[in-house]
Design a protein around this ligand. Sequence first.
Ligand code: FES
Length: 157
Amino acid sequence: MPEPMPLVARDAIADIITRWAPHGRAGLLPCLQEVQEITGWLNPEVCKQVSDGLRVPLADIYGVISFYSLLYDRPVGQVIIRVCDDVPCYLNGSQDVLAALEARLDIRAGETTPDGKVTLEVHPCLGRCERAPFVMVNEEEHGPVTPDNVSALIPDT
Ligand code: FES
């Protein structure tokens, strides 16, 4: 059974939903982004709250979550390492960087370490093609990255 959400988090989520409610469907994406900053991922309980608050069908909410790769409908690690694999990064060795990270973390892309601390993801263009191969560690930008320097990307957790 999942842990109950702390009251402080419940209040913060309620405030976010109240602020975005007048915008309805147009406020859905920023509302979900702000809620996820608190919860880490968008669990069914908060999706229902957003649905009720913004008067947006639950199906639309799950549609938005599945479309935007930065929204999560499952638990993720405290640290998310995103390796871009779009064409410029791919041509500059992103697959080698990814393989080095998989070996270092002992997980595959799309997985989270058993301690729940690090999630490794392959990601479409992150908008820093001039720094290919490019990697983001949460909000930190890194690039160009080589397989030899991936250890520096993994935080001490
Ligand atoms: S292709 Fe990798 S950042 Fe754009």
